[in-house]
Design a protein. Sequence first.
Lengths: 166, 389
Amino acid sequence: MPGGWVLPCCQRCVGLYAGAAFAVALQILVRPRPTGRFLKCHGLFLAQMVPFGFHWVSQGAVLRTVTGYLFGYGLIAFLWLQARQVFGLSYSSRAGRLWRYYLTLGFGLMTVVALALWGGRFGALVLIAWVMIGALALAVLAGANLALGLGTLGRWLLRTGLGGLR
Amino acid sequence: MNRENIRNGLLAFVGLGALTAYLLACASFSPDDSKIVFPAYDRVSGHIGVARYDRKARTTEQLFVLTTGSETLKNGFALRPQWSPDGRYVIVAWPGDGTNDTLCLQALPVGQAGPTRLLTVPGIEKAAEKLSLPLALAGPYLFLAGKSNVVRLDLETGVTKTNSMPGELQLYASPTGDRVYYAGKGVGQAGTFEVGRVDADRLTLTPLLSLPSDSITDAGLLGISRDGRRMAFLTEKDKESAVVVYRGDRLEKSLQLGDGEPRLKLGYVQWSPDGQTLYAPYRHQAANATNVSFGVLEMPLNGRPMRRVPVLAGLGDGDESDILFFQIGLSHDGKTIAVASTYLMGDEKPHLRPEDYALFLVDLSSPKRPILRVRLPLPQPPRAGSSRS
């Protein structure tokens, strides 16, 4: 509760949605190419939620926020793969832009934690704004992926005749 | 479909699945104000225990009953239940049987798999008195003020760490559950009442505020704001009581409790989440009256008048110290105050009518402050020889 303000969600969720907001911005501005290493790294960001989410590991407020933040990056990275086509965005052809991506990831993480711990009311307002942006971004991406998936499934059913529509 | 599209599709499916799993599981990760724990006598045995009220289901269940120990302990008033900061456990604390320098604790897992942990901490002087205040829980630790020391207990391993301290301390957890504060006399300079923070790792003290000790009526009435920057005390000067608010070491506000209200006794102060209002339980006996009332006193810090919300009225006389047995809990969202009348039962003169033995929920979001009364089943009559006969 920075500045005594009750945030709209728990510490882990604040990290998740703020991380998602940062990650979406980076996907649009930096357009990192999803190399094998990039995907494995973000797969780890998703997987780390298992031990922390089930409280197999002792954790405090900061670690909860950090794990949520990284989880947000993992979600966006995976959900962006197909959804970017809907928005007409391509990956950057420039090599070496990933360092900007990871640098911003680290800077964003420190900023989120610092705002939560010491930001007071201003920090609370900024975090609330990031949470809203991140939640909206995740909702849009989830919707886009669901729509694409259903579209693909529909086309496959039509092609194979299993849909009984022929 | 080429391989890349198939890969992207599968990974997108993984992402959707991870997001779905997280959203479904998220409610168990933090305290959500949906359940309230409070002391309650077991209906069958009449022994003290802990009950849990589910606000959504509107049901009450007994979680814990103290069945071992002397009759004095089992029928007494010194058992305190409290949520752990992460909401994973209900911590139940009671003093050791036959000794007042041992604290017994039970950590009951809630909504998750895991063992119930029973812990004992010796060397805690006046353990029963220490339970008149909320437990100083921060993270996975419980902090206790022992005899000239501070003890940190790891609730999962039972390992303790101790550091010597001067003076007589009371410890307080911040409402956010991640810091611990202390207050006491004789800690710093002689004749001063000092307040500060406890370093959770080194168990050292960092003073934040120092006041003349004769102006503070009771070290147990300290209330700390959620951002840890302001503190509220009860002071008394020339028989006039006031609640004073300090921001750091600067006096910010003084709230007079009214002309000649020596019969208004306040309990532990709590801050609203936005830092604009103080809440405290009160016991009031009007002049020349033989009965008393208990309720919640709202003290706005923006100049608006104080407001008393009566919860129980027309009770037997009792004692001024009964206010210690009427403690309020403020929900994390600041919209509800919960208070149980459990400990106003019994003793030499019963204070309560049967319908007053209840958990009371005061709705702060409504201007009329409606009160939901959750009646509790009356315990069996105490057995012969118990302190509640």
